[in-house]
Design a protein around this ligand. Structure first.
Ligand code: EPS
Length: 377
């Protein structure tokens, strides 16, 4: 099992993450961690802040000569826009943000101290920790991608595309919104422009796909070991996410069982069980079944509007427009990168629970013997 935490305010000195429980002997490529941080900053419709920052990971602990040593891995991402003490108070809480609830809960006189920590800037820490988890999973051939499937009501058509097709087409170097459908991408950018002109914001959906996951991660024996629940919690905790659907989850609730469940097949030459469809999104009974894990994530529109909704002044209690701040028109593309990170962390945790060991060598030997056993049944 692993644990991770983040700390840091949006305009404080920086964001940090501590990742505890990683085994020894994993080579950490800092360039890869930084590449993940850069992917999080990408996306048409992101705000002015992204032009200021150039997020870079300073790995503070847990490595010796580039290899993990089993101790907690501490990562710091410095904020260039470090001006928390000069920023004005926010007196009119923004609907959709944590502003009002935070003022009430912590006894503040304005929302500045709320938004500084509630901000999605925090996700830089999760992406840095998630990059380490991705490096771990890569050792065992497990790959993760995300791609944008809808922004502002414009849907991508990715029917028939494989994991590799989607990965290539939605890559940051090829797509401004990380969408695998070029035509949809153009329409999405058009919607983003329109929303910006109207002082409005957009939400959307992303899909995360995890490939080459072995069957048997997670467990049905106890509620908090069900990996679908843990994945949903991790993803749902990303700022502005309002719903999570595994496999054909939401759509399948209106269908018949015969249309939804995935028939079981057996390949006699490869000696593996598989499925002729994947509506379950790789998860049955809270356990991975060996198919790709597919998770759809629904993000609401960013809550900071430059054409603001009605609010109330915290001091005078008079009706006023909500405060506005520099923000993004949409951050759906970034949400996908964060989702990849938190999914990687959950899969890593379950992987370590099943194949536990303190070093990569020990885990590899446990994993190989499990794969051999699977072929023997
Ligand atoms: C973000 C940094 C923030 C916002 C965004 C995410 O920068 P600033 O507040 O300085 O403009 O761009 O935050 C939000 C969308 C939010 O709701 O708080 C980042 O690094 O991801």
């Amino acid at each position: 099992m692993i644990r991770y935490m983040t700390a840091g305010e949006s305009h404080g000195k920086g964001i940090m993450a501590i990742l505890d429980g990683m085994p020894a002997g994993l080579k950490i490529d800092e360039n890869f961690v930084n590449w993940e941080l850069r992917r999080r900053m990408h996306g048409y419709g992101r705000g002015g802040r992204m032009a200021i920052e150039s997020d870079t990971a300073e790995i503070m602990s847990g490595l010796h000569k580039g290899l993990t040593i089993g101790s907690p891995i501490g990562i710091f991402v410095r904020n260039k826009d470090h001006k928390i003490d000069e920023l004005p108070p926010l007196k009119c809480p923004r609907p959709g943000h944590a502003d009002l609830a935070g003022i009430q809960k912590y006894g503040f006189k304005d929302a500045r101290s709320v938004l500084e920590r509630a901000s999605a800037r925090e996700t830089a820490g999760r992406v840095a920790a998630g990059a380490v988890a991705k490096i771990f999973l890569k050792e065992f051939g497990i790959r993760i991608l995300s791609h944008v499937t809808m922004i502002g009501g414009v849907y991508a058509d990715t029917k028939g595309l494989t994991f590799d097709d989607i990965r290539e087409l939605s890559d940051v170097t090829r797509s401004e919104v990380r969408c695998a459908d070029k035509k949809a991408e153009k329409a999405m950018c058009g919607e983003i422009d329109k929303a910006r002109e109207n002082g409005d914001t957009l939400g959307g959906t992303v899909e995360v796909i995890v490939d080459k996951v072995p069957p048997g991660l997670g467990s049905y024996t106890q509620w908090d070991r069900r990996i679908d629940g843990n994945l949903a919690r991790a993803v749902m905790s990303i700022q502005a996410v309002k719903a999570v659907s595994i496999g054909s989850g939401i759509a399948s609730s209106a269908k018949r069982g015969s249309e939804v469940h995935d028939p079981i097949t057996y390949d006699k030459s490869e000696k593996i069980f598989s499925r002729s469809s994947n509506n379950s999104g790789g998860l049955e009974g809270g356990v991975t079944n060996g198919s790709e894990i597919t998770i759809e994530i629904f993000m609401k529109p960013i809550a900071t509007l430059t054409n603001p909704l009605e609010s109330v002044d915290i001091d005078t209690k008079e009706k006023k427009e909500a405060s506005t701040e520099r923000s993004d028109v949409t951050a759906v593309s970034a949400c996908g990168v964060v989702a990849e990170a938190v999914v990687a962390l959950e899969i890593t945790s379950s992987f370590l629970e099943k194949f536990g060991g303190d070093s990569i060598r020990e885990i590899r030997s446990n994993y190989d013997s499990y794969l051999e056993y699977l072929r023997s049944i």
